[in-house]
Write a protein that binds this ligand. Sequence first.
Ligand code: CO8
Length: 258
Amino acid sequence: NTKYQFIDVKKEEKVSIITMNRPKASNALCDRLIHEIVTQLKKCDRNPETNAIVLTGLHKVFAAGADVKEMEPRTFQGNFSTNFSSEWDEIAKTRKPLIAAVNGFALGGGCEIAMMCDIIIAGENSKFGHPEIKLGTFSGAGGTQRLTRAVGKAKAMEMLLTGELISAREAWQSGLVSRIVPDHDVVDIAIKIAAKIAANSQPMAMMAKECINQAYESTLQEGLEFERRMFQSTFAFYDREEGMKSFINKRDPEFKDA
Ligand code: CO8
């Protein structure tokens, strides 16, 4: 079992829950915290008993962004030679469905890792934003790209260029988050949604996720072609046959994730 310093992990049936837990620094995302999240996500991807994952933080703060104190002394030469921040991308490469359960602040890199998740569930008092511009830089782990795709150009420009935060309601209205729920229910509801996903066929959920993400990488025709091939390939799975037979026979399916 891996020893972690800044995350807690637990499992509820087929759902894995990762809690960022670095309260002294408002869950600032130091290199080690990112490395621990990535390590655990890779473990979840490899574990056949995990079908969906919830990533959450503390009650007051999901994550306050990259660790400014750790980052301040960095140089361009060092950033370039170590390809600084490239490990962050690994979060977005998670193959199993990943839900962000956000309470409090999701700022800068914190907002970016929420956006790397597939679904964001927001507490009613959560706040999202990209204050990096106030630090004399700007978002560097997908903010200019994922936020623009999520909320559109005007809203993304306003958020990224002013550094002002938006409320959960604005985040919901602009399509950044899928639901707003009472703060104390955020994690439970995220787990319930994850459990619903986990009750479906694991390879089908993974393939559907791949297809949806393809929508951001290709033209419509290429995406449709990709989807058609993937859909056709579902007929190689036991779960596809079981799902259709159970429907016809008016009973619940018993998926084998195979
Ligand atoms: N980095 C390092 N330490 C932090 C960070 C951070 N991002 N945020 C908070 N802390 C520390 C504080 O310094 C403080 O430490 P100490 O007690 O030693 O003074 C402790 O956490 C508690 O913070 P506060 O006292 O500020 O707590 P509040 O409840 O008053 O405020 C906030 C919480 C609103 C979250 C506030 O701390 C804040 O605004 N934080 C900074 C937000 C920010 O600027 N984020 C952007 C960071 S830059 C970034 O994310 C770049 C992303 C690009 C990634 C590319 C690869 C790395």
